[in-house]
Design a protein around this ligand. Structure first.
Ligand code: MN
Length: 259
């Protein structure tokens, strides 16, 4: 088992180190991650400039690769042959904020895992719901152990689709205080973005998307509801964004252009 570990927070992020170390008990781990923070970068394919890769050393002394590409570029690079050995599993994270509901469309953590699924591989995005007012260093150990258990279960499942994509969100609790694991659906995020307009030193306006951190509708069965109640949320994702339920209705519309 050869596991590619990446993230969107940058190769030296502590969440990546915790995840890479945990995955070592599942197989051989290769780390290829962005050289800086790409959080909320969405699904990126860098086509109009070269990608550079350099060897780096993680805080535990283990070797890794850093690129100036996006998280999804890291996965593409690895699978297109930068890493000569075949990859069996892509794991992305551990992101220090949850990726719930519509966040998955913005998330570099999730879109890195999506890239793995596009290439036909099983992939897991792992995010930790660190409280907004949390100060000091973050303990990723509980989340990393849970991510390993989920990866083991996923790999062992005989009826697993080959490119199963899991979006995993973990409450910031010691493992013993977590209530359990739930398979969930995407909930509804409520964004509280506000546009901040200021003047630069030369008197020209600039704009910054600010506002408060998003909340969400904690419905039963959703990622948002589960994590709020202390459960690990495991959401299977698919890249088919078709609104299948709307197809019959839209087919009744007269789509012929007017004469
Ligand atoms: Mn991030």
């Amino acid at each position: 088992m050869h596991i590619l570990v990446t993230n969107d927070d940058g190769v030296q992020a502590p969440g990546l180190l915790a995840l890479a170390q945990a995955m070592q008990s599942l197989g051989e781990v290769s780390v290829l991650a962005p050289d800086h923070n790409w959080s909320a970068s969405g699904h990126v394919k860098t086509l109009h400039r070269p990608l550079r890769v350099k060897e780096v050393t993680l805080a535990d002394g283990s070797p890794a690769f850093a690129t100036d590409g996006a998280p999804s570029d890291c996965v593409a690079l690895a699978l297109l042959g930068f890493l000569p050995k075949t990859i069996d599993l892509v794991v992305s994270g551990i992101n220090p904020n949850a990726n719930l509901g519509h966040d998955v469309t913005y998330s570099g953590t999730v879109t890195a895992a999506m890239e793995g699924a596009i290439w036909g591989l099983p992939a897991i995005a792992v995010s930790l719901e660190i409280p907004e007012n949390h100060g000091g260093s973050v303990d990723y150990s509980s989340a990393a152990r849970i991510a390993l258990k989920i990866a083991k279960k996923m790999i062992a499942a005989r009826d697993r689709p080959p490119n199963l994509l899991l979006n995993v969100n973990i409450p910031y609790l010691p493992e013993g205080e977590i209530k359990g694991w739930r398979v969930t659906r995407m909930g509804l995020r409520i964004y509280r973005d506000e546009l901040v307009r200021r003047l630069d030193p030369r008197g020209k306006p600039y704009y910054w998307i600010g506002g408060d951190v998003p909340t969400g509708v904690p419905d039963e069965g959703t990622d948002i509801g589960s994590i709020l109640n202390g459960f690990v949320s495991i959401t299977p994702l698919q890249l088919d964004l078709t609104a299948h339920s709307l197809i019959p209705q839209l087919q009744t519309w007269d789509w012929n252009p007017p004469e």
